[in-house]
Design a protein around this ligand. Sequence first.
Ligand code: FEO
Length: 408
Amino acid sequence: MKATKITDNIFRLGVNLESDLLFEGLWPMPHGISINSYVVRGEKIALIDLVEDIRDKPLEFEQELNSIPLQAEDIDFLIINHMEPDHTSWLPAFYKKNPELQFYLTKKGAALLKAFCGIEKNVHIIKNGDTLDLGKGKILSFYEAPNLHWPETMVTFEESSGILFTCDAFGSYGSITGTIFDDQLSTEQYDFFMNEALRYYANIIGGFSMFVTKAIDRLKELDIKMIAPSHGIIWRENPQNIIDAYAKFAGYMNGPAEPEITVIWSSMYGNTEQVVNAMVQGVRSVGLPVHIHRVPNDDIGFILASAWKSAGLIIGMPTYEYKMFPPMAWTLDMFDRKKVWNKKVLRFGSFGWSGGAQREFELLTEKLRWDFLEPVEWNGAPTDKDLNRAAAQSKKLAKQIKGESNNS
Ligand code: FEO
């Protein structure tokens, strides 16, 4: 593995986490994810972000460093944009190779550096706009970017090249194999990374969307020529595209999101399942795109991405022992944690010897700022009347989302 030159004296070092791993121990990544670091060489040498201590990733990282050619002990400054262990868990071992390393990070980052790595020496706490002159025209400036993704996060700007190093922000899932810049991608590859950016956003960043909006506003002061995140591709041709995409993703939290509907359903013996098709047909009759996920069969990482992007949700589950079918309660708990807010929502489901799902549904969603249509519930197996009611209600939801009159 070799490092890739981005521009004069600036290099990308990247490893890929494989698809059998779960990101954060939770999120599936069927196409993997890259962890990128960057070297900026002046008279002094800075390394921006590090790598996770997992499998053979540190070895790959060192091979890339050697290809420039550099050794761990050649690095003067480690710029820590973000302390999450996917970027820092190899730091204790790296520090043993280079105990003279100087650290640049935020005050909250310094506390985490001590907590995770036990490092307190040569720690420089940055304030907004602080600079570090590496010599030979390479000057780094630092800007706090709280909650992108953790509270300690910052971004680093290299002034001569106009490269903004953003760590998690503007990142995406998806391994990088050979092609590292947006302008080298085919249309299909470009769409792939944009879709992976949305899923990454909904899984990792979405709950902090208000901070994304604020950060994007503040970054307007910089003359950004390239966005170099620590996950995903480098946005060189038109960095504004990924900035605009992230602004759009953040905006979905306040709604309305895209005119699409995500159907999330679960069923025990098929009585709720029988109504899914009627719900979908109601949406399709209005011409809106519809995405369908079954719980618990589909992973929450994919459900979140689809729900985050959709203005409307149709959520179906039966009553289970006076409450909701349990896996759907877990799904809604995740929606609460990740702030899947401001949706138009229709709930449906069957009940047997007792109701109760609707009551728990209302309880679990009361903080989500959702706008509800009257739910469709029935006792036992659905009748034709229930199926017609379901199709009519989903059509009504779809029309509301499409902005049409319900009388047409
Ligand atoms: Fe890539 Fe929040 O760590």
